[in-house]
Write a protein that binds this ligand. Structure first.
Ligand SMILES: *[C@@H]1O[C@H](CO)[C@@H](O)[C@H](O)[C@H]1NC(C)=O
Ligand SMILES: *[C@@H]1O[C@H](CO)[C@@H](O)[C@H](O)[C@H]1NC(C)=O
Ligand SMILES: *[C@@H]1O[C@H](CO)[C@@H](O)[C@H](O)[C@H]1NC(C)=O
Ligand SMILES: *[C@@H]1O[C@H](CO)[C@@H](O)[C@H](O)[C@H]1NC(C)=O
Ligand SMILES: *[C@@H]1O[C@H](CO)[C@@H](O)[C@H](O)[C@H]1NC(C)=O
Ligand SMILES: *[C@@H]1O[C@H](CO)[C@@H](O)[C@H](O)[C@H]1NC(C)=O
Ligand SMILES: *[C@@H]1O[C@H](CO)[C@@H](O)[C@H](O)[C@H]1NC(C)=O
Ligand SMILES: *[C@@H]1O[C@H](CO)[C@@H](O)[C@H](O)[C@H]1NC(C)=O
Ligand SMILES: *[C@@H]1O[C@H](CO)[C@@H](O)[C@H](O)[C@H]1NC(C)=O
Ligand SMILES: *[C@@H]1O[C@H](CO)[C@@H](O)[C@H](O)[C@H]1NC(C)=O
Ligand SMILES: *[C@@H]1O[C@H](CO)[C@@H](O)[C@H](O)[C@H]1NC(C)=O
Ligand SMILES: *[C@@H]1O[C@H](CO)[C@@H](O)[C@H](O)[C@H]1NC(C)=O
Length: 416
C-alpha cells in the first residue's frame, strides 16, 4: 500500500516536472464545506495602449494565483450566486460567478481585472489603474452533482481581452468536499477523436521536437467568426517555427525548426473594424497570435506573438513583436504567397510561411476575395513567361529562316 502511494507520488511529481501547462487549484470554502473547486490552466491575451502604439501581451495565470477570500463567496448556501475570484500579481484578478436552476449549474459571468500600473506585464502603458472587463453567458455548464471537465482548449472573448482555459475540471454547488466522480464532458473533449491528453493518466509525454531539417509543413485552413457566426477572417497556410532555445541536454543554445500541425491546432480570434486577431493553439503548449491592422484601405500583419513551452525547455519561450509590417494588401482583396516567406519576429524567432493566403478584413463570404500576390510569386511567374517568349522568338526565327531559304531556292529554279 505504502509502495503504491509512493509510486503515485512519484508519477505525479514526474508529471509536475515534465508537464507543459501549469494547472492551478482553487477552492472556495465557507465554514467547513467547499462550494467551488476548480483546477485549470489559463492564459490571457490583453491589448493595451502605449503612447506610440497598441501592444498585445500574453499573460499566463501563474501558479501563485490564489483565491481572494474577500470577494469569493458561497452565497447563502442555497441556490444563490457563487463567486470564485482568483488574485495574482499586483491587483490582477480572474473571476467566475456561478448560478444554478436546480438541475444545471453554469458560469454566469467571467470577469478579468488587470492592473495597467504593473509595468512588468504592461511596459510603457500610457494609462494606469485597474481595467475590468466582463463576459456574460460563456456557455460553461454542467449537471448539478457532476464535475465539469474540459481538457481541450477553450477561448473566450472577455470585453476585448481573450481568456484561454485548458485542463479544466471544476464543480460548483458541491455536495461534498471533493470533485464529484461523475463528469459532464464538454463538447470539444467529446469531439476529439483521440483520447484527450489527461494529467491524471500516465500518457507518455510528447517526444521533443527534432531539430533537423524539417519537411515542409502541412497547409492548415483557419477561420475566425463574427458573433453572428459569419466568417470575418480567412487563412490558409503552412507554418514553421524557427526558434533559438537553450537545450538542457546539449547544454547550449540551439536552433529548432518545428512545424505547426494543423490537425492538432485550435483556432480562435476576434475581429473589429480596424484590428483582427487569429490565435492558433497547438496541444496546449504552443500559442501563436497574429494581429492584422487595417489603415483606411490598406491592411498588414502588424503583430506576431508566440508562447511555447515545449519538452526540454527550461523556461517557456515567449516573444511578442507588434511593430511588424508583413503581408501588406488592400481592403477587399486577399493576400497570397505560395513561395516560402520568412517573417522575422525577433533575433530568436522567425516564422516561415508556405502556400499562404489570408484575408483578415472585408470578408463577405466563406471564400477568399481576389488575391494580391507577393513579389516572389510574381517573379516566379515571370520565368515561364520569359521561357515562353524565348520559345516564341525561336519559332519566329526558324520560320523566317525557312521563308528566306524557300525564296532563295525559288530564285535558284528560275535561273535554270
Ligand atoms: C468545523 O469542523 C470542526 C471539527 O471538524 C468543528 O469543531 C466545527 O464546529 C465545524 N465548524 C462549522 C462551522 O461547522
Ligand atoms: C487605445 O486608444 C484608442 C484611441 O485613443 C482607444 O479608442 C482605445 O479604446 C484604447 N485601447 C485601450 C485598450 O485602452
Ligand atoms: C494613449 O495612446 C493612444 C494611442 O496609442 C492615444 O490615442 C491616447 O490618447 C493615449 N492616452 C493618453 C492618456 O495619453
Ligand atoms: C497596481 O500596480 C501598482 C504597481 O505594481 C501597485 O502599486 C498598485 O497597488 C496596484 N493596484 C492594485 C489595485 O492592486
Ligand atoms: C434548467 O435549465 C436547463 C437548460 O436551460 C433546462 O433544460 C432544465 O429543465 C432547467 N431545470 C429546471 C429545474 O428549471
Ligand atoms: C446532489 O447531491 C445532494 C447530496 O448528495 C442531494 O441532496 C441532491 O438532491 C443532489 N441533486 C441533484 C440535482 O442530483
Ligand atoms: C454579469 O455582468 C453584467 C454586465 O456587467 C451585469 O449586469 C450582471 O449583473 C452580471 N451578472 C452576474 C450574475 O454577475
Ligand atoms: C466558423 O463558422 C464555420 C461555419 O461557417 C464553422 O465551420 C467554424 O467551425 C466556425 N469557426 C469557429 C472558430 O467557430
Ligand atoms: C454578421 O455581423 C457582421 C459584423 O459583426 C455584419 O457585417 C454581417 O452583416 C452580419 N451578417 C449577418 C448574416 O447578419
Ligand atoms: C532559422 O533562422 C536562422 C537565423 O535567422 C537562419 O540562419 C536559418 O537559415 C533559419 N532556418 C530556417 C530553416 O528557416
Ligand atoms: C555547460 O557549458 C558551460 C560552458 O559552455 C560549462 O561551464 C558548464 O559546466 C556546462 N554544464 C554542464 C552541465 O555540462
Ligand atoms: C495610415 O495611413 C496614413 C495615410 O496613408 C499614414 O499617414 C499613416 O502613417 C498610416 N499609419 C500606419 C500605422 O500605417
Amino acid at each position: 500500500m505504502k509502495g503504491s502511494h509512493a509510486l503515485t507520488a512519484l508519477i505525479i511529481a514526474w508529471f509536475a516536472v515534465l508537464g507543459c501547462t501549469h494547472a492551478v487549484t482553487l477552492e472556495v470554502r465557507e465554514g467547513n464545506s467547499t462550494c467551488i473547486k476548480a483546477e485549470f490552466s489559463a492564459s490571457f491575451s490583453i491589448t493595451y495602449n502605449t503612447s506610440t502604439s497598441v501592444e498585445t501581451v500574453q499573460v499566463p495565470l501563474p501558479d501563485s494565483a490564489e483565491v481572494d477570500a474577500g470577494s469569493s463567496s458561497c452565497g447563502d448556501g442555497g441556490g444563490g450566486l457563487l463567486w470564485l475570484v482568483a488574485v495574482f500579481g499586483p491587483g490582477h484578478t480572474l473571476g467566475m460567478s456561478f448560478s444554478t436552476n436546480g438541475s444545471l449549474y453554469s458560469v454566469a459571468n467571467l470577469t478579468l481585472q488587470y492592473n495597467l500600473s504593473d509595468a512588468s506585464v504592461f511596459p510603457g502603458a500610457n494609462s494606469s489603474g485597474v481595467v475590468s472587463v466582463v463576459s456574460i453567458s460563456v456557455g460553461i455548464s454542467a449537471k448539478v452533482n457532476t464535475t465539469y471537465r474540459c481538457l481541450s482548449v477553450a477561448t473566450f472573448d472577455v470585453g476585448g481581452a481573450t481568456v484561454t482555459f485548458s485542463d479544466m475540471r471544476m464543480e460548483a454547488y458541491m455536495p461534498g468536499d471533493d470533485l464529484s466522480s461523475t463528469e459532464s464532458v464538454c463538447m470539444a473533449d467529446q469531439a476529439s477523436t483521440t483520447a484527450p491528453p489527461s494529467t491524471t493518466t500516465a500518457a507518455p509525454p510528447p517526444p521533443p521536437p527534432v531539430p533537423t531539417a524539417a519537411v515542409q509543413p502541412n497547409q492548415g485552413w483557419y477561420s475566425v467568426n463574427n458573433t453572428n457566426g459569419t466568417n470575418c477572417l480567412l487563412a490558409q497556410m503552412g507554418l514553421q517555427f524557427n526558434i533559438s532555445v537553450f537545450s538542457v541536454s546539449q547544454n547550449k543554445t540551439v536552433r529548432e525548426i518545428v512545424n505547426l500541425d494543423p490537425g492538432l491546432t485550435n483556432t480562435s480570434g476576434t475581429c473589429t473594424d480596424s484590428r483582427a486577431t487569429l490565435v492558433l493553439m497547438q496541444e496546449r503548449n504552443t500559442v501563436l497570435n497574429f494581429t492584422f491592422t487595417l489603415n483606411s484601405t490598406k491592411y498588414h500583419l502588424s503583430g506576431i506573438s508566440l508562447t511555447a513551452n515545449w519538452p526540454g525547455m527550461t523556461d517557456p519561450f515567449s516573444v511578442t513583436n507588434n511593430n511588424l509590417d508583413f503581408l501588406r494588401s488592400s481592403l477587399g482583396r486577399s493576400y497570397m504567397c505560395n513561395a516560402e516567406q520568412m517573417l522575422v519576429v525577433s533575433p530568436d524567432f522567425s516564422l516561415n510561411t508556405f502556400k499562404l493566403q489570408v484575408q483578415p478584413f472585408g470578408v463577405t463570404t466563406s471564400q477568399f476575395a481576389t488575391a494580391e500576390e507577393c513579389q516572389m510569386d510574381q517573379d516566379q511567374m515571370l520565368i515561364p513567361i520569359i521561357v515562353g517568349a524565348a520559345l516564341a522568338g525561336l519559332v519566329l526565327i526558324v520560320l523566317i529562316a525557312y521563308l528566306i531559304g524557300r525564296k532563295r531556292s525559288h530564285a535558284g529554279y528560275q535561273t535554270i
